[in-house]
Design a protein around this ligand. Structure first.
Ligand code: TYD
Length: 226
C-alpha cells in the first residue's frame, strides 16, 4: 500500500498491559531500520496537552463528570493532533502513540457509560481521517494488570503517581477490557488483539508478525514519505 505520508501506529489496552515496554522495543527496531519516527502519548504529547493530562490522570481532587472528562481528552487530542501528529505524518515520519481515540470510546464510553454516538461525533470532528493505520490492543486480565500498574516505576525512576484511573474499582477495569475487545471486533483490519499474558518477547514477536505483514520495514525509505 502506498501512503501519502508517515505511518500512524497506536497502542491501546487496560492498565498494566505492558504498552510502554513494547513501544520502546518497537521504536528501537524502527531506529535500527533507519525509519524516522516519533514516540508520543495521550492524553498528552505536547505542552498544552500535557497540562490537561495532569488534570486528568492525577488522583487529586479531579472528580470530573464523564462528559467533562471526554471534552478534556478531546481538547488534549486536538492540540496533540494539530501540533505533533499531523505535522509528523506530513513529514513522512512514523508516529507511535501510547493510546489514542479508542481509549475514549472504551474508558468514557464502554466503561463510564457515555453514549457511544456522542463519543463518535467528537472523534469525527477532532480526529477526522487522521486515524491510526494500525492499532495494537494489548489484552491483560485486570487482576494481573492493575497490581502491575500500581507498582510501576516510570522510565525516569519515579513511582507512578498517575493513579486516578488505576484506583477505580475492578468492575470498571473489566468493562475496559471487554470494551477493547469490542473495538477490535468492530475494526478488525486496523485493530489487533495481542495476548499480553505471554512473556515480553512473545508479545513483541506477535506484534511484529502483524506489522511486517502490513509494512515490510526494510522497504520503507528513510526520512521520505512512503
Ligand atoms: P496512560 O498513562 O497511558 O495509562 P497507563 O500507563 O496506565 O496505561 O493513560 C492515562 C489514563 O487515561 C488511562 O487510565 C486511560 C485514560 N484515558 C481515557 O480515559 N480516555 C482517553 O481518551 C485516553 C487517551 C486515556
Amino acid at each position: 500500500m502506498t501512503l501519502p505520508y508517515g505511518v500512524f501506529i497506536s497502542f491501546e489496552g487496560g492498565e498494566g498491559a505492558g504498552k510502554s515496554s513494547q513501544i520502546a522495543r518497537l521504536c528501537a527496531t524502527l531506529k535500527s531500520c533507519g525509519i524516522d519516527h516519533i514516540r508520543t502519548r495521550e492524553p498528552g504529547g505536547c505542552v498544552e496537552a500535557e497540562t490537561l493530562r495532569d488534570l486528568l490522570v492525577r488522583d487529586s481532587h479531579n472528580n470530573w463528570t464523564p462528559k467533562t472528562e471526554l471534552m478534556l481528552m478531546n481538547a488534549a487530542r486536538h492540540e496533540h493532533l494539530e501540533k505533533v501528529i499531523r505535522p509528523a505524518l506530513k513529514d513522512g515520519r512514523w508516529v507511535i502513540c501510547d493510546r489514542f481515540c479508542d481509549s475514549s470510546l472504551v474508558y468514557q464510553g464502554y466503561a463510564r457509560g457515555m453514549d457511544l454516538s456522542v463519543i463518535e461525533k467528537y472523534r469525527a470532528d477532532i480526529v477526522g481521517s487522521t486515524m491510526p493505520n494500525l492499532t495494537f490492543v494489548l489484552d491483560v486480565d485486570p487482576m494481573i494488570g492493575i497490581p502491575r500498574s500500581r507498582g510501576n516505576v516510570h522510565e525516569n525512576g519515579q513511582v507512578n503517581q498517575e493513579t486516578r484511573f488505576e484506583n477505580l474499582e475492578m468492575s470498571f477495569h473489566e468493562k475496559v477490557r471487554e470494551g477493547f475487545k469490542k473495538v477490535v471486533l468492530n475494526d478488525p483490519d486496523r485493530c489487533h488483539l495481542i495476548d499480553a499474558h505471554k512473556n515480553q518477547n512473545e508479545v513483541y514477536m506477535d506484534m511484529m508478525s502483524i506489522l511486517l505483514q502490513k509494512y515490510p520495514l526494510l522497504s520503507v525509505p528513510k526520512n521520505t514519505p512512503n
